[in-house]
Write a protein that binds this ligand. Structure first.
Ligand SMILES: Nc1nc2c(ncn2[C@@H]2O[C@H](COP(=O)(O)O)[C@@H](O)[C@H]2O)c(=O)[nH]1
Ligand SMILES: [Mg+2]
Length: 484
């Protein structure tokens, strides 16, 4: 679709430095191939660890997971929440939970965020993990050796208890080991054609930014050898000359929270030199680790003059904005697909909006009548919502969700915005499906947000259509070649 969307106005002429994340940003992954490869490696290691061999029967289903899900380690559920922690939908294993079940476990269908209890599955690297969590719980639920514990925190077989927390912790450990392993990295770098999508805009994009006097840096959590392989594949072996500074082993989000020094990498051996780096950074050199504090000291950047482009809503976008004061550009690989499904489902969406509005009006009328009748002897409880409308709305919402994946859309659940969408709106100044979409805009222009009007309207149809259009952010984006 080649569009950049705007949450917060940004003048490109004020940006002196542009930083890039590598994995899932400059290096665009073939998600289908990548996710099933990681799923298979993780499955093998979980069985070696001692989990049931029944796991071998589960194959990767790319149409199951959606990013941004929360895993509740206490009840073993995958949750889709909104930005106020209201639960929009939930899965136990591979099974979608009924509304009544969710309500019984989570009063008011709400769960306050607690980092001890919840693991947020935010990145493309968590996608196989999300599906594996569902598979493991499904498998133990079906197993004849295990039954559910009385306290509902997992499974029991004889005197052996396996809690949902333990399942999730085991899986996390295995994913972590797999992504660090030589087996994973060597298979990736030996099969780059399978895992990395080359984009013909890549070199012209970075070159045009440099020609416009922007300083460029790479800041990735990957190690030097892995970075070198991927970047050489995309940009050619001289890729380092495209950047003013190259930082590997970044350990974001920690990179934004410490004052650690940089260490220089020996690009011949890939090993880091002893001690730490002092003095200005050199073009062509590669630095390991470091921190935003040291980076700022070395480059004299203020923060507002830096635009950082990354795919991790927390590690790349929220932390860089909150701690570094950087301007942010989020890459959402699912965006083009989300928008095209959204457009194709506009009629269904408008109908749901109309029903939703009708239900609200009925509720308002009923509660205002009951309020006025409060003291009267004839006081009646509000009439129940029109059941047919409620059922219709729920069925349509479920159908809409299935257009995206079994866990639905990344950005919405029915009409409601997800937690991921809320985070994106708050912390990403710009966003796009692909970093190279920025190449279609002049380097010195400005991004604006179209004004949104919330004036009162007479008819529900007008209100619905206004809202629908506002929610279609693509139409809200204005780009101007002149500065504000
Ligand atoms: N050991 C782990 N490595 C992980 C995990 N999730 C991602 N990763 C690796 O981090 C980098 C991301 O690089 P960036 O360019 O996006 O900053 C990449 O090499 C991933 O393999 C994890 O949970 N554990
Ligand atoms: Mg990344």
């Amino acid at each position: 679709m080649q569009k950049v969307y705007v949450n917060k106005a940004l003048k490109m002429e004020k940006i002196k430095w542009i930083g890039f994340d590598m994995d899932a940003t400059l290096a665009v992954y073939n998600l289908q191939n990548f996710e099933s490869f990681v799923f298979e490696l993780v499955r093998e290691k979980l069985i070696l660890m001692g989990h049931s061999e029944e796991l071998a029967k589960y194959t990767y289903d790319a149409s199951f997971s959606v990013r941004g899900a929360w895993f509740d380690k206490r009840h073993g559920n995958l949750l889709k929440s909104d930005e106020h922690n209201n639960i929009l939908a939930a899965w136990h294993g591979l099974r979608k939970m009924q509304s009544s079940e969710i309500r019984a476990m989570y009063p008011n269908k709400h769960m306050p965020f607690d980092g001890e209890r919840v693991f947020v599955l935010n990145t493309i690297f968590n996608q196989p993990e999300t599906f594996m969590l569902a598979c493991m719980i499904d498998m133990y639920e079906r197993s004849s050796l295990y039954t559910a514990t009385e306290d509902g925190r997992g499974f029991i077989s004889g005197s052996n208890v396996l809690t949902f927390r333990e399942i999730s912790d085991d899986l996390r450990r295995v994913v972590d080991i797999v992504l660090r392993s030589d087996q994973y990295k060597s298979h990736m770098v030996n099969n780059l054609e399978r895992f990395i999508l080359r984009d013909k805009r890549a070199v012209p994009f970075l070159t045009s930014l440099r020609q416009a006097n922007k300083k460029l840096f790479l800041l990735t959590n990957s190690d030097f050898n892995f970075t070198n392989s991927l970047m050489s594949f995309i940009y050619g072996t001289n890729w380092r000359t495209l950047f003013d500074i190259v930082v590997v082993d970044g350990e974001k989000p920690k990179w934004f929270a410490t004052d650690a020094f940089f260490r220089e990498v020996d690009v011949q051996t890939g090993k880091t030199k002893m001690g730490h780096h002092e003095g200005p950074f050199s073009t062509g050199a590669v630095y390991s680790g470091g921190s935003v504090v040291e980076f700022r000291r070395n480059t004299r950047l203020t923060g507002k003059d830096t635009l950082y482009v990354g795919d991790h809503i927390y590690g790349d976008v929220m932390r860089s904005k909150k701690t570094g004061g950087w301007r942010t550009f989020l890459i959402v690989p699912e965006l083009d697909r989300e928008i095209s499904i959204w457009k194709s489902q506009r009629k269904r969406y408008l109908e749901m909006r109309r029903i939703d509005h009708q239900l609200h009006e009925e509720e308002m009328t009923a509660s205002s009548e009951s309020f006025h009748d409060e003291d009267s002897e004839n006081s009646t409880s509000p009439p129940k919502n029109n059941k047919r409308n409620v059922t219709f709305y729920k069925d349509e919402a479920a159908k809409l969700e299935l257009e995206y994946s079994k866990m639905g859309s990344l950005l919405r659940s029915g009409l409601r915005e997800t937690w991921f969408a809320g985070q994106m709106r708050r912390y990403a100044d710009l966003y796009a499906g692909c970093v190279y979409d920025l190449h279609h805009y002049p380097v010195s222009g400005s991004f604006y947000v179209a004004p949104q009007f919330f004036w009162p309207t007479r008819s529900w149809r007008q209100r619905i259509e206004n809202l629908a259009d506002q929610l279609q952010r693509p139409q809200d984006t204005i780009f101007s070649k002149q500065a504000l």
